[in-house]
Design a protein around this ligand. Sequence first.
Ligand code: MSP
Length: 506
Amino acid sequence: MERFYITTPIYYVNAKPHIGTAYTSIACDCMARFLRMDNYDVRFLSGTDEHGQKVEKSANTAGIAPQEFVDKNAKYFEDLLKKLKITNHDFIRTTEERHKKAAQAFWQCLEEKGYIYLDKYAGWYSVRDEAYYNEDELIDGKAPTGAEVEWVEEESYFFKLSEFQKPLLEFYVKHPEFIAPQSRRNEVLSFVKGGLKDLSISRTTFSWGIPVPGNDKHVMYVWLDALVNYLSAIGYPDEDKYNRNWPADIHIVGKDILRFHAVYWPAFLMAAELEIPTRVFAHGWLTNEGEKISKSLGNVIDPHEVVDKYGLDQIRYYLMREIPFGNDGDFSHERVVTRINSDLANNIGNLAQRTLSIIYKNLDGTIPQYKGFTNTDKTLLTFSFNRAVEVKRQIMVNQSFNKALEAINEIAAQANTYIDEQAPWKLRKTDEQRFKTVMYVLVELIRRIGILLQPFTPDAATKLLDQMNIAQDTRGFLHLSVAHNIKPGHAIQEPEGIFPRMEVDS
Ligand code: MSP
């Protein structure tokens, strides 16, 4: 079995999870579920980023000790992942011993190889972004992200990032698929072409971090600490362990943290003589009804609330279908309801319910014997198979989850046109054999749709496949091939709607 290692970013625990947390996690989960369905041996990691000044400040404001604060907050993230049915195999917290040891070992490795030196940092720092900024990057005295910055002057260890400008540029050229989407790749390239300064990788003015080996006055810069999570969770520095899963196949991250993953991280890895992940995909940011989401605007979306309101499958579906993955997108009540009704209820749900009810009521709940497919039947069956291949391509090659779902919807739309044109309710009275063949084609298309929907709307897809009595071990991508077509004589259960319509309220 081929291995595949996929990761979410690890989430800051200074505040509760928000819709951005849910968005990244759901995207990774859809990919992980697809991979498993396609017979990969999947490592899927998520976790929490618990050190740094931002978290320490929030703990102080809350009036509790940082460790107690992070223990309490990390739980909100674990709970959310459970609620969203995220299938991560492990959850790493950077305050765990296994991580602290790994981060220190990684530091020592960089030091031994001669990439760390002690000096003094004088410059701007944004606690919100946990990032250093150059004077010329500031806009009206603030970080380009709009975050406040403060002047920092302290003794600091530096990583020789400047030595990696050339190797990084060579790497990007040699591996054009490393950064996606393309527009983001160009941004990273021009950033690196603009020159790289050595990076400050330790702090002395606060203590909530991993101590620098051999110098307790310093704690590691939170981003160096955080990035190492991808290694510590798979057993670094134990070579026998981590080698089995390294390099990661994909890090899925938000656009705001691409620079850390596509510049600093590969440079650290090159310095440590470790392999570089195959791909970093940066998705866009969500707005709430067209407005930037921020605590000060008070328009933060609570993922628990929207899942309770619309349903888990529905939210997963909306986020993956509505927004082209990689672009910014909007969370809009009206759009959510429209998607639920037009795609899930009217297109897919209605097709399944109509077809399975006819089979249940008029064919004793048994898949009929077909005879002589017409060209229309054959074209439709082939079309659905080709769309399934397209689903795979869009997920695996492009991470275009929206296009994958578009392809699934196209199968359902074609099937709905077919059912209307063939009018099986009439055929039942006029041409029984043709009636049976049409129903066979339809139910086979629904089986394929059910299989393809599993990564995106796992509950509804399971319900659909269960109703059809499709065996658990025949729900893989492989089972979409003709050899596994549903067999005449196979019995189904009484169908129940899988995607209810949603009434439009305010
Ligand atoms: N702790 C770092 C990541 C370290 S990874 C080694 C971090 N954490 S975060 O909690 O602030 O952000 C986590 C993810 O949520 C990021 O990928 C970020 O892009 C995403 N989002 C935060 N707000 C978002 C939206 N409004 N919309 C979509 N995603 C956004 O960064």
